[in-house]
Design a protein around this ligand. Structure first.
Ligand code: FA5
Length: 349
């Protein structure tokens, strides 16, 4: 019986020793509990041996009994030492079980409009344009007046906007959410003068009736090039180069006259709708063409507002519909998807 007890002692202490090597705190606790029941529990192995002592002779009882008590104390102490020194101090050091699998945080990605904007920026940079920005909350002066659109002029109806602190304000304090990126034209001229070659990507706002191709908040990319002897054919060449860069193939365009008070002459460059291949759909209003590049030669009044001598310099400007271009590039049939926050849509990019 003494042999059995000795074997049990060695086995219990060995298992505890092995348990120290286990990496998982959660597993360690569970195994420690199971071992404690196995060796020290009422129905455990030690209790079973102790129960047999009563059947031994008196002299054996004394000897084996004393040994059994020694073994029991030793095992019990080893278990409580393991618990105190190992389990609770380990848990005390850190409530975090480093061995558990971590929570994987999913990686986001850039919005399709941002991707489009960056692609356009790279293309324009390769053509020598610099990249500028301007305020989204703009003064009425830069958004309209400096662009040859006085107050009460009917051209204001083309871009219904959101007026901010409009009541009883001096002209320069009247603010609007900018309806286009064109206000940065005059800001850039005033800051950098001529010659000038820059683009201005950014968010613009309009009080619009929404449909598949009209949003209240969308993106444009303004482009200006001012130098001596600049003509409209320079602008058309830049546009064609740009379309080729984006769509990686020759894109069919049409050019028609367009009216904007800040250019003279003004043109609209439309591209063939890539959603319906020119057959007509809700995005192109069944016309087969989508308006994406309005522009023209900068009006002398605008050059003068920017402090540039209109007799010496000429230039073109355009206001590319960046959001619509992204629709064409990716075959997106409804502009409202961009601002929808719908991950099923966004995760495709
Ligand atoms: C303008 O905003 C002028 N500032 C463009 C310009 C710049 C002309 C420089 C001349 C010289 P327009 O209102 O057409 O123009 O808007 C320009 C482009 O923005 C459109 O061709 C279209 O692609 C896009 N756009 C206009 N309204 C919306 C809208 N509600 N939702 C989405 N895209 C729009």
């Amino acid at each position: 019986m003494k042999n059995k007890l000795e074997q049990l002692r060695q086995e219990a202490l060995k298992q505890l020793e092995d348990l120290k090597e286990s990496k998982s705190l959660k597993n360690q606790k569970e195994i420690w509990r199971a071992l404690e029941i196995k060796y020290l529990g009422r129905k455990g192995q030690l209790s079973q041996i102790l129960r047999q002592i009563k059947d031994l002779s008196t002299s054996e009882k004394k000897e084996v009994g004393a040994f059994a008590n020694k073994v029991k104390t030793e095992i019990a102490e080893a278990f409580s030492e393991f618990e105190n020194k190992f389990l609770s101090s380990k848990a005390g050091q850190s409530q975090v079980d480093m061995s558990l699998p971590g929570k994987r945080s999913s990686l986001g990605h850039l919005h399709p409009i941002t991707l489009m904007q960056r692609e356009l920026e790279e293309l324009f940079k390769s053509l020598g344009f610099s990249i500028l920005e301007g305020p989204e909350l703009e003064s009425d002066y830069y958004n309209f007046q400096a662009l040859n659109i006085p107050e009460h002029h009917p051209a204001r109806d083309m871009q219904d906007t959101f007026y901010v602190n409009w009541e009883d304000q001096e002209d320069e304090n009247k603010l609007v959410l900018r309806t286009h990126t064109s206000p940065v034209q005059v800001r850039a001229m005033q800051e950098f003068g001529a010659p000038l070659k820059a683009i201005v990507p950014g968010k613009v706002f309009r009080n619009e009736a929404l449909d598949a191709s009209h949003e209240h908040t969308f993106y444009q990319l303004e482009g200006i090039m001012i130098d001596k002897n600049i003509s409209i054919s320079n602008m058309i060449a830049v546009m064609k180069e740009l379309l080729k860069g984006i769509f990686k193939e020759e894109v069919e365009i049409r050019i028609r006259p367009g009216f904007f008070p800040f250019v003279e002459p003004g043109i609209e460059i439309d591209m063939k709708c890539r959603l319906c291949q020119g057959q007509g759909c809700p995005v192109c209003k069944q016309s087969g063409w989508l308006e994406v590049f309005p522009g023209g030669m900068i009006h002398p009044n605008v050059l003068e507002a920017g402090g540039i001598d209109s007799k010496k310099y000429s230039g073109f400007a355009f206001g590319l519909g960046l959001t619509r271009l992204a629709m064409m590039k990716h075959g997106i049939a409804d502009i409202r998807l961009f601002n929808s926050g719908d991950l099923r849509f966004l995760e495709q990019f």
